[in-house]
Design a protein. Structure first.
Ligand code: ADP
Ligand code: MG
Length: 344
């Protein structure tokens, strides 16, 4: 019991810090170890390889009651490619490791692999290996993604400076609202299996939950615009949590503005349906897999008017703190309330 309590107190990030404390890197080729979206390994004078692993566990990250296996396969790849994109790198290979119980028929694993194949085709990545095991219960998928980047284009979480602009791709909060709708319909179905799920009007947000995309296109747009962000992270745990990662790593503060946060109309409507504030869903929802990055003010002209990118705030001095400015102009301290699988 006491061990469990300690884990809860540490939280996910505290635990990673705690465990990795004793490790130092010894190879000069290890440019960046633990602490960013992907590790960075030198492969030549000008190029680096980036490597990232993410694990999806049944009952924690997905529910097979409403997650089609093909979508799950696709999403498992995408969440890993998203971390590669967050380094401003191009994904090239993946490995796939699976553990599943004997209750899974061959057809189910084939469906999962159809999704994995679809993602490999869309993102032009090669499946180059993996591992397969049985498990006592449930399905676990662990994917490692490998990418490539020019050394002078690598974008860490730690490079943001005071006065830089904070930019986000796409729109936020949709995947979280999609999850709320799916969870609600699951409960209705459990109570009465004869009632058909009511998903009318929720197509966009459900798609954002079940079939997210990695913003490889944003990395390409930035290259075309000749903009190298000063810092970047992907939004897996919610905007607030990711902004705080950038602020902490870069030793800066920030101001973000409520009215600037891009939220799709369908997300707002669903949020209102659930009595939730759309901005709260964007701040704390997670699983958007959009890119959050900072750029120098002098790059503003290049990204201005781009329909895929929205400036939501700017970086400040570390001592000024991290604030969300609401629609009335009140400054509220930014707090991370994203997913934390260890409770906390
Ligand atoms: P992301 O949300 O971008 O996938 P995480 O929050 O999962 O990143 O991980 C943050 C950092 O901690 C990464 O560098 C990751 O490789 C590292 N990390 C996570 N879990 C472990 C672990 N069990 N052992 C060593 N490093 C880990
Ligand atoms: Mg990430």
């Amino acid at each position: 019991m006491s061990e469990q309590k300690d884990l809860n107190q540490l939280g996910e990030f505290g635990l990673i810090d705690h465990l990795s404390n004793e490790f130092t890197t010894i190879h000069p080729s290890t440019i960046k170890g633990i602490g960013d979206d992907a590790a960075v390994i030198s492969v030549s004078e000008t190029e680096a390889m980036v490597v990232s692993t993410d694990m999806l566990v049944e009952g924690i990250h997905f529910n097979l009651m409403y997650t089609p296996l093909m979508h799950l396969g696709y999403k498992s790849v995408v969440v890993n490619l998203s971390d590669i994109c967050a380094m401003n790198a191009k994904p090239e290979q993946i490995t796939v490791s699976l553990a599943f119980s004997s209750k899974f028929p061959l057809e189910a694993i084939e469906e999962l692999y159809k999704g994995i194949k679809a993602a490999c085709d869309v993102y032009k990545v090669d499946l180059v290996g993996g591992d397969t095991s049985t498990s006592y219960s449930g399905l676990t998928i662990s994917i490692t993604a490998i990418g490539r980047v020019q050394k002078d284009k690598i974008t860490y979480r730690s490079g943001a400076n005071e006065y830089d602009l904070l930019v986000v791709s796409g729109d936020l909060g949709a995947a979280y609202m999609g999850l709320q709708v799916l969870e609600r319909e699951k409960e209705v179905f459990k109570a009465n299996p004869d009632i058909q799920p009511d998903l009318e009007g929720f197509d966009y947000i459900i798609k954002r939950q079940l079939k997210p995309e990695a913003r490889k296109d944003i990395v390409e747009f930035l290259a075309e615009l000749e903009v190298v962000p000063t810092a970047m992270i992907d939004i897996s745990d919610g905007l607030a949590s990711e902004i705080l990662h950038i602020c902490k790593s870069s030793k800066v503060g920030c101001h973000i503005y409520d009215e600037k946060i891009p939220i799709d109309g369908a997300t707002s409507l669903a949020a209102i349906d659930f009595n939730l504030d759309p901005a709260t869903c964007a701040l704390n929802g997670g699983e958007d897999y959009e890119l959050l990055f900072t750029v120098k003010q002098s790059d503003y002209e290049k990204i201005k008017g781009n329909p895929h990118m929205t400036v939501i705030g700017h970086m400040t001095n570390e001592n000024d703190g991290c604030y969300f400015i609401d629609k009335n102009g009140s400054a509220i301290t930014l707090k991370a309330q994203g997913w934390n699988h260890f409770g906390q």
